[in-house]
Ligand binder design. Structure first.
Ligand SMILES: Cc1cc2nc3c(=O)[nH]c(=O)nc-3n(C[C@H](O)[C@H](O)[C@H](O)COP(=O)(O)O)c2cc1C
Length: 316
């Protein structure tokens, strides 16, 4: 499955690991890249100590192109510029204005990938010189916007052509990858499915919750971000596994934002990893995720499944 994305980054397969903050560490990124996809370390808001450890791991284990991603609205320019010194092949920026970083990334000879949730963001990404644009639908696990993957991806493809687009949100098997390619995308960016990979920095009881969970058990919410005290811009809600804490605060977000006692309770529950309270980010594709596996096996399965799906179209 050769595409403009695989050609531009010299990859074997049109599959990218979503740079999931904290859980896509160096081992997971290396496993996806060594499996022929693009592994992206989840740099999140830019915790330098975490990044030092995980980037050292990825550069030690990797034999193929890899990258690192950050939350645009939250990361300092210094951390992004420091990450460039580790010579990633790609740097991904999501959720916010990429322009303060773009020139420096390009001048370092690093491909700039920008994840977008609206057509206006896609236009801005294009203007800032993105090499690859990720069109993310609201089925996605974790933070994002309101558009659905199926109509949003081709609209972005039409807007930014010939810049390659990756589809994200709700893709967890080969049929989803095939669908992305048919929509005109040059590949798929996959998050939730890789959260259950053996190499992911995800505790076993969270992996079990993901494997047991269903798409219908997820919803988009701001409740858990408010409780965590993380000031996400309001337009980006997070898709999470519903839990009793979320249920009890849904619709009372303003009240929660002023309730420091409950925020303290949340922090204590987080320290105990109490799943009745803390957020487990997960997408609608959970129905399709039934087994934990090594990430390279998942890359191979996604590609083989996509090839099968594409070959069988119209033959059933
Ligand atoms: C646990 C988790 C953490 C995430 N963290 C980030 C992040 O730090 N930065 C980012 O750009 N996207 C993040 N995302 C969103 C992904 O980039 C991607 O859009 C999404 O996972 C794709 O949808 P899927 O989960 O259905 O595969 C996260 C997603 C999940 C599931």
């Amino acid at each position: 499955l050769t595409t403009a994305f695989t050609k531009s980054l010299a990859l074997q397969h049109p599959i990218a690991l979503a740079p999931m903050g904290g859980c896509a560490g160096g081992a997971l990124a290396a496993a996806v890249s060594n499996g022929g996809g693009l592994g992206l370390v989840g740099g999140g808001r830019g915790d330098r100590e975490w990044l030092e450890r995980e980037l050292a791991l990825v550069t030690k284990q990797i034999v193929r192109p890899w990258g690192v991603g950050f939350l645009t609205w939250a990361v300092d320019t210094d951390i992004v510029f420091w990450a460039l010194e580790h010579e990633p092949a790609a740097l991904m920026l999501s959720f916010g204005d990429p322009s303060p970083f773009a020139e420096r990334v390009r001048n370092a000879g690093v491909k700039l990938i920008v994840q977008v949730t609206t057509l206006d963001e896609a236009k801005r990404a294009l203007e800032s010189g993105a090499d690859v644009i990720v069109a993310q639908g609201s089925e996605a696990g974790g933070h994002g916007g309101r558009r659905a993957t199926l109509p949003f991806v081709p609209a972005v493809v039409d807007l930014v052509s010939p810049t390659p687009v990756l589809a994200a949100g709700g893709i967890a098997d080969g049929r989803g990858v095939a669908a992305a390619l048919v929509l005109g995308a040059a590949g798929a960016l996959v998050g939730t499915r890789f959260q259950t990979s053996h190499e992911a920095l995800v505790p076993p009881h969270v992996v079990k919750a993901l494997l047991d969970g269903r798409g219908a058990d997820t919803e988009r919410s701001r409740v858990l971000d408010i409780a965590r005290g993380v000031p996400w811009p309001e337009q980006y809600t997070a898709r999470v596994l519903r839990n009793p804490f979320l249920e009890s605060w849904r619709g009372r977000e303003d009240e929660l934002s002023h309730d420091t006692a409950v925020q303290q309770t949340y922090r204590e529950a987080a320290a105990r990893h109490d799943l009745d309270v803390i957020s487990v980010w997960a997408g609608e594709a959970l129905d399709l995720i039934t087994e934990a596996a090594p990430a390279a096996d998942t890359v191979a399965e996604l590609v083989a499944g996509a090839e099968r799906a594409l070959a069988s179209v119209g033959n059933s």
